[in-house]
Design a binder for this molecule. Structure first.
Ligand SMILES: Nc1nc2c(ncn2[C@@H]2O[C@H](COP(=O)(O)OP(=O)(O)O)[C@@H](O)[C@H]2O)c(=O)[nH]1
Ligand SMILES: [Mg+2]
Length: 329
């Protein structure tokens, strides 16, 4: 599909099982095609090629046949666990929100995990040691920081980074939506995650940190596309704490230009939200003039009015910062 010498970025998505690696891919794509869940859902390494020229997302499993098929969740689920002789299944797609016109390769891994899925450990180390990596995106689960699995993963990442030479690491502090801004300090959490990871890497390694709500980003993007959502996803998409988003943006460790760009986008979507809600009130007022009990029931109109909320939420989730970060690699 692509030679190991392709000079584009080759990014390993590394993280314990269920930290949200596949959800990050879904959020970047704006679709729910990568199997995600609280179990061992990704059971092997997948190579995901972002190709700006790609017009139709496709996948194939070279262990079975060289033929490409349309990308669906069912097909990816069927490939899962079929990896043999270290040949990852392949996905070719265009991530629509990356701005830069060049390819990027991502590797999705199962994440090493406890005895039950012993094989996964081997696959993650195959990925760490053998793939032609230029960057590591380490996805950490806010709910499960400092577990033994995570400790083991960090140690192995550090060992491989020391052997392979410098591999810049970006920590994605995922599931940031669980942070209670009243009780916890985003600054302390980011600081702690950054220094824990840095402690495992060779001196002078770069460690950036972006707090992220990847499930939220996936759901809000799919809401805009009117993709059918589960009850859980619809619920999930109803809430966001803007103060948390502001703190995430303030405390992220990433280039200053990205921070400024995201802050400007948030302001713009906020203006749009104010405009939409004023517009919605006038429509409701007009409807009541027609009939005292009337309400705004035109679903299409309501969806358009919700667009600004979704766009602000997507920007606030951290995914837009991640995309600018990828463009900057
Ligand atoms: N609350 C919350 N849950 C998330 C988020 N991202 C992923 N999850 C959930 O975490 C679980 C594991 O996600 P998955 O992407 O399969 O993790 P992976 O094993 O690292 O690929 C799924 O149930 C996701 O819905 C997030 O940003 N917030
Ligand atoms: Mg996965």
């Amino acid at each position: 599909m692509l030679s190991d010498n392709d000079p584009c970025p080759h990014v390993l998505l590394l993280g314990c099982m269920s930290s949200g690696k596949s959800t990050v891919l879904n959020a970047l794509l704006g679709r729910g095609v990568f199997p995600a869940g609280n179990r061992a859902t990704t059971a092997q390494v997948f190579t995901i090629l972002h190709d700006p020229e790609c017009s139709e997302a496709a996948c194939r499993n070279l262990t079975e046949s060289p033929e490409w098929h349309p990308l669906t969740k069912d097909r990816l689920t069927a490939y899962n666990g079929a990896m043999s002789e270290n040949t990852p299944a392949e996905v070719r797609l265009r991530l629509p929100h990356l701005a830069r016109n060049r390819r990027v390769v991502f590797y999705d891994t199962p994440g090493p995990n406890t005895s039950k899925f012993g094989g996964h450990r081997g696959e993650t180390y195959f990925a760490l040691e053998k793939l032609p990596l230029t960057h590591i995106f380490l996805v950490l689960d806010m709910v499960q920081l400092h577990t033994r699995d995570e400790e083991a993963l960090l140690a192995d990442m550090g060992r491989v980074a020391a052997e392979r030479g410098r591999l810049p690491v970006l920590v994605l502090l995922n599931k940031a939506d669980v942070i209670d801004i009243e009780k916890e300090s985003v600054r302390d959490i980011v600081e702690e995650a950054g220094s824990t990871v840095a402690a495992h890497l060779p001196e002078g390694s770069t460690v950036d940190v972006i707090p992220l709500m990847s499930k939220g980003a996936e759901v809000w993007r799919r809401m805009i596309d009117r993709d059918p959502l589960t009850v859980f996803e619809t619920e999930f998409g109803q809430y966001i704490d803007w103060r948390l988003c502001e703190a995430m943006l303030r405390e992220a460790r990433m280039p200053g230009a990205i921070r400024e760009s995201i802050a400007a986008q948030l302001e713009e979507w906020e203006r749009m939200r104010k405009f939409s809600s004023a517009f919605k009130s006038s429509l409701e007022y007009l409807a009541r003039r027609v009939h005292p009990e009337a309400e705004l029931i035109n679903k299409k109109m309501s969806k358009i009015l919700d667009y600004a909320d979704c766009r602000k939420a997507i920007t606030g989730s951290g995914i837009a910062a991640l995309e600018e970060y990828v463009d900057g690699l």
